[in-house]
Design a protein around this ligand. Structure first.
Ligand SMILES: Nc1ccn([C@H]2C[C@H](O)[C@@H](COP(=O)(O)O)O2)c(=O)n1
Ligand SMILES: [Zn+2]
Length: 159
């Protein structure tokens, strides 16, 4: 008999986004992203981290202080990493599952890559101009945004 308590597509892809975030070295905010084709094939994943070749141990992870002493000018966002990690093929009409609503820079990359839907977990920076700009660009370009509705399903993975 077929089991019927399997996870939904949304749970599967948001789960992968949240799992990917666990790879982040950022102690304040860990972000994960999972890009999926129209027919629910996983195309790419990413998380926020320093650019390849920039040592996680040497780069700053601070939030405050002189700009160049903080993580902000250096860290590569989860969404951008997921887009760039997709080495081959097109992202046209794809969906992106993200654990945090995209900033304006990632929004531009999402739009330019052809992604047509953003499914997000959290929008904790909704009051910032960056996120307001993202929403304006998504609206103008017809990129659908949808908040993931938590199901409260618990899955234990013993590693
Ligand atoms: N949509 C986003 C927004 C932010 N990030 C990254 C960039 C930083 O590593 C971290 C935010 O740090 P905070 O200011 O909360 O200390 O999250 C991202 O990958 N995607
Ligand atoms: Zn971003």
């Amino acid at each position: 008999m077929k089991r019927n308590d399997y996870i939904s597509w949304d749970e599967y892809f948001m789960g992968i986004s949240l799992l990917s975030a666990q790879r982040s070295k950022d102690s304040h905010t860990q972000v994960g992203a999972c890009i999926v084709s129209q027919d629910n094939k996983i195309l790419s994943v990413g998380y926020n981290g320093m650019p390849t070749g920039c040592s996680d141990d040497e780069m700053p992870w601070d939030r405050n202080g002189e700009f160049l002493d903080t993580k902000y000018p250096f860290v590569c966002h989860a969404e951008l990493n997921a887009i760039l990690n997709h080495a081959a093929g097109s992202l046209q009409n794809a969906k992106i599952y993200v654990s945090l609503f995209p900033c304006n820079e990632c929004a531009k990359a999402i739009i330019q890559s052809g992604i047509k839907e953003v499914v997000y977990w959290e929008d904790k920076y909704a009051d910032t101009d960056g996120v307001k700009a993202s929403k304006k660009m998504f609206e103008l370009t017809g990129v659908k945004i949808r908040r993931y509705i938590p199901t409260n399903r618990e899955i234990t993975i013993r590693l």
